[in-house]
Design a protein around this ligand. Sequence first.
Ligand code: XIL
Length: 312
Amino acid sequence: DTPLRDLADAQGKVIGTAVTGSKLTGTYGEIAGREFNSLTPGNAMKWGSVEPSRGSHDWAEADRIVDFAEAHGQQVRGHTLLWHQQNPGWLTNGSWTRDQLGAIVQDHIATEVGRYKGRLAAWDVVNEPFNEDGTYRPTLFHDTLGQDYIAQALTWARAADPSTKLYINDYNVEGVNAKSTALYNLVKSLKERGVPVDGVGLQAHLIVGQVPSTLQQNIQRFADLGVDVAITELDIRMQLPATEAKLTQQAADYKAVMKACVAVTRCVGATVWGFTDSDSWIPDTFPGQGAATPYDENYSPKPAYHAVAEAL
Ligand code: XIL
């Protein structure tokens, strides 16, 4: 079979995977290097990973992934600078004035974006800023800095690396709904204000048989605002055990997602959130569910793998 990355390259599209740095050897490393033209660190670049105690950084796993990507001619998507989860205890347990937290956030963004300056294709600057109803999620950042924390973060990221694409990333924003419309209105207003925003990430943690019918229309409306769109964390979960029927439906779903992206010029491509069921967050987070990725736990390609190839 032609590797997915060769098919994607021929379309000018990204096919990426989230990876765990420590696993990038053996079969896992061979598949990651052969099949994908983009890598996203699944956890290694999160604030809690890189600055476990204040002022003391650990870049080992993130560096390992970026080095692997460069050795294999792959892009890297940085993930993520500001999120309400996986933050260091010193940050979340502290009590900060607005000025103090602003300075801490600015320093974090300058330090992390600066470290990888010129080496990352994109950064998820802000992750999951919205509630399902389209209101802002009440996070440490939102509640202390005010809702303009997103514009500030983008501006600081641009200053630290003018060459990387700056994204806002969220889940349940794949179809047209209240949450994606809030994201749309935010991006529209940021563009009107001249705030640097280059792209929108649709995580796409989907359920078998439930690809939103408005996916392509939604991608297109963001593209029409003048930003790129990326499918950033694609997986399609099912109730276990996996059956042939569910895996067949899953393949059709993967194909539909890929086709929606291929159909829109400004959809840069898709990243799967782990390429193998042995490296997927789903069973830990959604008990009883799993089998969400294109390869099974023994690194055999599933129908979903072939469906992605067919869509490219
Ligand atoms: C997940 C990782 O895959 C897990 O290993 C970790 O335990 C929790 O976070 N949305 C995101 C990702 O933006 O960062 C999350 O990754 C999955 C949901």
